[in-house]
Ligand binder design. Sequence first.
Ligand code: PMV
Length: 318
Amino acid sequence: MPAITATTPGKIILFGEHAVVYGQPAIAVPVNQVKARAIISPGIGQPSGWIYLQAPDIDLEGTLEDIPHDHPLVIAIKEVLQETGIEQPPAMIVRITSTIPVAAGLGSGAAVSVAMIRALSEFLGVILSDERVSQMTFEVEKIYHGTPSGIDNSVITYQQPIYFSRGDGTNSPQMEIIRVKKPFTLVIGDSGIPSPTASTVGDVRKAWQVNKTVYQELFQKTGRITEQARTAITKGNNELLGPLMDANQELLGKMGVSSPELDHLIHAARETGAQGAKLSGGGKGGNMIALASPEIAHQIAGALSEAGAVRTIITTVE
Ligand code: PMV
């Protein structure tokens, strides 16, 4: 039995974070400069049912029994076994590696789950549909996020720019792959401040509970920006995207999820000639993104590093 490898990209949210949890649409794109990888190889000489997990990036190593049962990786493995109906799988070593920073809004959790679910199911001789991989990842995501919208598992499963809406609870999630008419360049800057998504999503929920009218309006305005952005991307009107990013950032600030550090990076990017900039993901830390012409992307990345970014990534959305 040969080893099986599956690799997935990271992602960033371009428009609509937080509002998407409340039924508004959002846009997310893959980031191919960072990757999660799962390699499943046979556990030679070990009895069937023996599963040995190695995830050096998070210092996790041991047999399935040694690792807490509610660990997302353990849950993902069990989901695959259940899905494939295989109770006693052949002995195997599951190795997970990732260059996607954790808790930075780059989708590390979903990327690891998608890679794992794809590699393990293939190792067991079952090819799952993208839709099923995405659904199973969503189940695992609930452990990371509490109330995830479903956008991370979708963009990472399909590895294409997506327009996503979870619906209002009465209808099912809607996902469309966005055809990008004219490629555009983004500079991603990591504030270096870890910010688990579950905590910012929880903070927004508390604030929404106290002030539903105000938050509902912020979410709706965000939704309209996202719609305009989708049209601009599909028509190639990229010059509209920068101002839309700025407008989205203003609303995110009002939701209470920006931070002085993110504001500082966003300001530095705009000062250096970015056409627009905003935080991306849960906020209060993690990453920001800036829209840049390819000629000055490196200059903006340099300005972000000088302004305190611990990592920058230049990526093209196409
Ligand atoms: O922090 P990230 O990039 O994983 O994304 C969080 C996006 C939210 O809209 C805040 C939450 C969600 O589940 O969509």
